[in-house]
Design a protein around this ligand. Structure first.
Ligand SMILES: [Cu+2]
Length: 137
């Protein structure tokens, strides 16, 4: 392909500056569906369709690490040190007090190719199944 016929921007050809937006639903019941996105800037628009407050935290997954296999502490939460970002601000973006039922929040993260785990880290929610895989390619 010659440069004249490649109408993509230089950034696209180099795989940079790709932006994708994914809508994610969080609710009270277990939900294991996988989400996929292109590497680069990823915006997650998170809507709580459940009856209680939730949140969404983006965590890295090590090679071979399974979804849902994190150690849950006595506080009913997993270690979220190294969190890449979270949506827990009802009606806004970033960190807050949790996403109230019927509300939405969003978070924008820059992700390299790999596997990530989207978790709700309110007390007891991870162990009840609130974790999903995000695969970035
Ligand atoms: Cu939750």
């Amino acid at each position: 392909m010659t440069a004249a016929t490649d109408t993509r921007s230089r950034a696209d050809r180099l795989g940079r500056d790709r932006r994708s937006c994914r809508r994610v639903e969080v609710r009270d019941r277990r939900r294991n569906g996988r989400i996929a996105a292109a590497a680069g800037t990823v915006s997650l628009q998170v809507t709580n369709t459940g009856m209680i407050t939730h949140e969404l935290v983006v965590l890295s997954l090590a090679a071979g690490q399974r979804i849902g296999a994190r150690t849950v502490g006595a506080d009913g939460k997993v270690d979220e040190a190294g969190s890449l970002g979270e949506a827990s601000n009802s009606g806004g973006s970033g960190s807050g007090e949790g996403i109230e039922p019927g509300a939405s929040s969003r978070v924008t993260v820059t992700l390299a190719p790999g596997r990530y785990e989207l978790v709700c880290n309110l007390m007891g929610h991870y162990v009840s199944g609130m974790h999903r895989q995000l695969k970035v390619t």
